[in-house]
Design a binder for this molecule. Structure first.
Ligand code: DGY
Length: 320
């Protein structure tokens, strides 16, 4: 009998080609809408594998509902949507998609940094809103990137890829990470710096840490108050790392100059959230890895992971 897989979002046909030769596949048919929780719990009852997105909370309840579950394949590098203790307790393999989205996410991080520094969204909105009056000396002036200091919090694959881009912009690069990275220091010219010093010295601060409960609100009121008044904070990692209420106060009061967020504590953020009233905040809907080629690679890797884990043949990107 074929093993059963449930896929929680519609994936392109090309990605799934041939998979039904080996497995019984069921898939939520919508691409732009997450599977409702009740349907998910029903669908996983007799599956051995679940291929899910970061939008699905894979907690104890889901695992209880799927007593035959052998593998959860997450189509993301971050896996904070999965209860790892519950998975470990049941011997469920958890996989993710590292490596394939590094450069794309670093591109987006740098794009957001540049858009925030040079007020691109505000400028475009002004023009389209018919409010552009004339060229004037200090009109829509922003912050220089070339020659400034970048502090990177979290110096893994994506942090290092951002550092390589920053080196091309003549930035001085500081990083804070659990462990020092001498090879990457040589390649990028980045210098290890304690967190407090990084916060005090940087013109731009990019958060590129994997999420875990230990880094919840790592950047809160105290950390924001240590930053320069001209500082720009960029978060393309996970929303929970930044205390959004404290960020609102810091941006509103001018304690820091601007921020760019691709991720939020609750996604999607409530459109009525006060953060969205601020012109010195650039916001994106979690699109760090959203290039066509990279999303296809992530889907392919998520499929390969589940296939290999269920057959026992081939490489599996396990996180446990
Ligand atoms: C991830 O993979 O964790 C990103 O947040 C989405 O691509």
């Amino acid at each position: 009998m074929k093993k059963k897989i449930y896929i929680t979002r519609k994936l392109p046909d090309r990605i799934l080609e041939g998979l039904d030769k080996h497995f019984d596949i069921d898939m939520w048919p919508k691409e732009e809408e997450a599977v409702p929780r009740g349907i998910l719990l029903e669908k996983v009852k007799d599956v051995q594998g679940i291929l899910c997105m970061l939008t699905e909370n894979m907690d104890e309840e889901v695992m209880e509902a799927a007593p035959n579950l052998e593998v959860i394949s997450n189509m993301a590098v971050g896996y904070n949507n999965i209860d790892m203790n519950a998975a470990d307790k049941r011997g469920i393999i958890v996989t993710n998609t590292p490596g394939v989205l590094t450069e794309t996410t670093a591109d987006l991080t740098f794009a957001l940094l540049m858009a925030t520094a040079r007020r691109l969204v505000e400028a475009s909105d002004e023009l389209r809103g018919g409010k552009w009056k004339t060229w004037s000396p200090m009109h829509l002036t922003g912050m220089d990137i070339y020659g400034s200091t970048l502090g990177i919090i979290g110096f893994g694959r994506i942090g290092q890829a951002v550092a390589r881009r920053a080196a091309g912009f003549g930035m001085e690069i500081l990083y804070y990470n659990r462990s020092k990275k001498p090879e990457a220091e040589k390649e990028t010219g980045a210098r290890f710096t304690e967190l407090d010093d990084l916060l005090r010295q940087s013109d731009f601060i990019c958060i590129l840490l994997p999420y875990s409960p230990e880094v919840y609100h790592l950047i809160s009121g105290k950390e924001l108050s240590m930053m320069k008044k001209s500082a720009i904070l960029i978060n393309t990692a996970r929303g929970g790392i930044v205390d959004e209420q404290a960020l609102y106060i810091a941006l509103k009061s001018g304690e820091i100059w601007a921020a760019g967020l691709d991720v939020f504590e609750k996604e999607p953020i409530d459109p009525a959230d006060p953060l969205l009233t601020l012109t010195n905040l650039v916001t994106l809907p979690h699109i760090g890895s959203a290039s066509i080629a990279t999303r296809m690679k992530m889907a392919e890797l998520a499929v390969a992971n589940i296939h290999h884990a269920l057959t026992g043949f081939g490489e599996v990107k396990r996180v446990n």
